[in-house]
Write a protein that binds this ligand. Structure first.
Ligand code: M6R
Length: 612
């Protein structure tokens, strides 16, 4: 998704901006640009494509200055071309970069056109720079113009603006999209960015802007206000992010590195939370255990892969804790009027904690009478964490590949902590509880064993490389694992993949099956195995090419002609969905590798989806 970097310092900053944009590449983008205040006035370079292309343009025309803004754009309004790339200018004096969507852009465009402003792009963003230009001339200073303009914008935004009428100054604001301020060397340089990763080579000291906050930075000072313009003070946080997380090391792709990090990431997620068959008290926050004792219902809300983690939890919470649980897609939930039964816990799941649909769902839920809100999230300083009452961090470490891998398995591990805590409160016998927690403690070792299947799965990938479509099947809490397997394949290999509950096959999708249709089934050794075996037979009878990812104890139930079987040691019913995810991830990875697609940054996708 779009990225912002801005800097004011007493040294040339073009490299800081370009390196910052490079660090944000993982978020996904399709054009990029920078604008600097130079001794020749405001100068700008923009291009569709990669940061490397922007760098080449800059090397041909190395504009320099000590104050400027930069952007990676992920197209929403208007195709990815130079005219639509940010920064946008109004005349020659003022430049702006924007993440988010301005919903009333058409009305503002009409108003500003009538006032004589010429539009050069198809974007919703360009209205912002013209409006701020108009207001700067009325109010006499950039910060007042920003404050007045923010009152006119409808929608979500994080912006950074610089004006050559105020040399050495950048102003910014956030509403709905994240923005952070970095404090640089000797407090004599200040930065803005949409994501701390952009600034880690320059600083570890950050102030996270809160909803509605506005900021003015100069090299040696800053001003931070709330949406009304009242000066506020916000805590300075020291980022603990490990620089190695941004290095692929010996791996060809971040996605592969992150797949291999899963045993350690899950171990880290369980660390200090489970011990000797027990889940420790209050791991969801102070007083959480008393609150959990009052929970009678659960609503889980998330998007994409995080939603699939929530779907697995729904099956397991209902089965093990005996509590009604629903899981819903955030973009649907946020626009409906939910009927909330008494004592319902609202749970959001998100890797980034900045997914706008999930955040908006949380804000919507706060008006709806829930018992409490809980976030399961991977980014400690994210908006979702800050706005939730209870939190369980997943501790996966930074996930750079757009396709979620270690975020998913750590979310599942965290959700199983919640499930077992609720199960214990709601009468799961002590011995069973202890056995289940011990199952969870075995998980890192089981994931490490599953990774040993890598070369076997690599061989199977060849089956897919020339295919246009694939089907994935699962039942019960493994149906969401089939969904996740299909999502991984389509995201990074661009093969059309659909997942179905295996029992649904004969109600329609079976018509698609022939010898050109690879079908992947997830086969745990559970009470639904025989049903799944019958569904596999239905595919084989139509000439379909089966690949079965099976618990090793389920293999005996499969017929000899049931296709290729990958045998996995899953360690028990609770953790089986997590372990069986690993072969799905590896399969998608190797198919994409054969197809030569851009694995870490698939086309059209963004890592953190901060627009609707
Ligand atoms: O950061 P979040 O977990 O809220 O992101 C939700 C989805 O955008 C994300 O899981 C997406 O589906 C991934 N690309 C899946 O690999």
């Amino acid at each position: 998704m779009c990225g912002i970097v801005a800097a004011c310092a007493n040294r040339p900053i073009a490299d800081i901006l370009l390196n910052g944009l490079q660090a944000l590449e993982y978020r996904g983008y399709d054009s990029a640009g920078i604008a600097l205040q130079t001794d020749k006035g405001l100068q700008r370079i923009r291009t569709p494509g990669k940061i490397s292309a922007l760098r080449q343009l800059w090397q041909a025309n190395p504009i320099q200055g000590e104050c400027g803004i930069a952007h990676t754009r992920w197209a929403t309004h208007g195709v990815p071309n130079t005219a639509n790339a940010h920064p946008h200018l109004s005349g020659s004096k003022i430049a702006l970069v924007h993440n988010g969507i301005i919903e009333n852009h058409a009305a503002l465009r009409a108003e500003l056109s009538a006032a004589g402003y010429q539009f050069e792009s198809e974007t919703d963003t360009e209205v912002m720079v013209h409006l701020i230009d108009q207001l700067e001339q009325q109010h006499g200073d950039l910060f007042s113009a920003l404050k007045a303009a923010c009152k006119r914008f409808e929608g979500a935004f994080a912006i950074a603006v610089t004006s050559s009428r105020e040399p050495g100054t950048v102003v910014g604001a956030r509403r709905g999209s994240p923005l952070v301020m970095g404090l640089g060397r000797d407090d004599a340089e200040h930065f803005l960015a949409s994501d701390v990763h952009a600034l880690l080579p320059e600083t570890r000291r950050f102030i996270y802007l809160e909803e509605g906050d506005m900021v003015k930075i100069r090299a040696s000072e800053y001003l931070l206000t709330d949406s009304e313009g009242t000066e506020v003070s916000r805590a300075i946080k020291i980022s603990q992010i490990d620089a190695e997380a941004f290095d692929k090391g010996p791996y060809a792709h971040f996605m592969l590195k992150e797949i291999y990090e899963q045993p350690a990431a899950v171990a880290e997620t369980l660390e200090g939370r489970v011990y000797a068959g027990q889940i420790l008290a209050n791991i969801f926050g102070v007083g959480a255990d008393e609150m959990l004792a009052r929970v009678e219902n659960i609503h889980i809300i998330a998007c994409g892969t995080s939603y699939y983690a929530g779907m697995v939890a729904r099956y397991q919470i209902e089965e093990l804790a005996g509590l009604p649980c629903t899981t819903e897609i955030a973009s649907e939930y946020r626009y409906r009027k939910p009927v909330v039964p008494a004592n319902t816990l609202f749970v959001t799941i998100s890797q980034s904690g900045e997914t706008l649909d999930t955040l908006s769902a949380l804000r919507h839920a706060k008006q709806a009478g829930y018992l409490a809100t809980m976030a399961i999230c991977n980014v400690p300083e994210s908006s979702l964490v800050r706005e939730s009452e209870l939190v369980l961090m997943t501790r996966a470490g930074p996930e750079i590949g757009v396709a979620s891998t270690k975020a998913f398995t750590t979310q599942l591990a965290a959700l199983q902590l919640l499930t077992l805590r609720l199960a214990a409160i709601n009468g799961m016998p002590g011995k069973e509880y202890q056995d289940r927690v011990q199952e969870l403690e075995q998980l890192p070792g089981l994931l490490a064993s599953a990774l040993e299947l890598d070369s076997e799965i690599q061989q199977l990938a060849a089956e897919f490389a020339d295919k246009q479509h694939a089907l994935y099947l699962g039942r019960g809490d493994h149906f969401p694992i089939a969904l996740e397997g299909a999502l991984k394949l389509k995201e990074i290999s661009y093969i059309h993949a659909e997942a179905y509950p295996a029992g649904e096959l004969k109600h329609g999708p079976l018509a698609l099956v022939d010898e050109n249709m690879p079908v992947v089934a997830v086969a745990p050794n559970d009470s639904l195995l025989q049903k799944l075996v019958s569904n596999i037979a239905e595919v084989k009878a139509r000439g379909g090419r089966m690949i079965v990812i099976a618990d090793k104890d389920a293999v005996a139930s499969l017929a000899a002609d049931h296709g290729e079987v990958v045998q996995v040691e899953t360690g028990g019913s609770l953790v089986a969905p997590i372990v069986l995810t690993i072969p799905m991830q590896l399969l998608a990875y190797h198919v994409a590798l054969l197809k030569g697609t851009e694995i870490d940054q698939p086309r059209n996708l963004a890592k953190s989806v901060t627009v609707e």
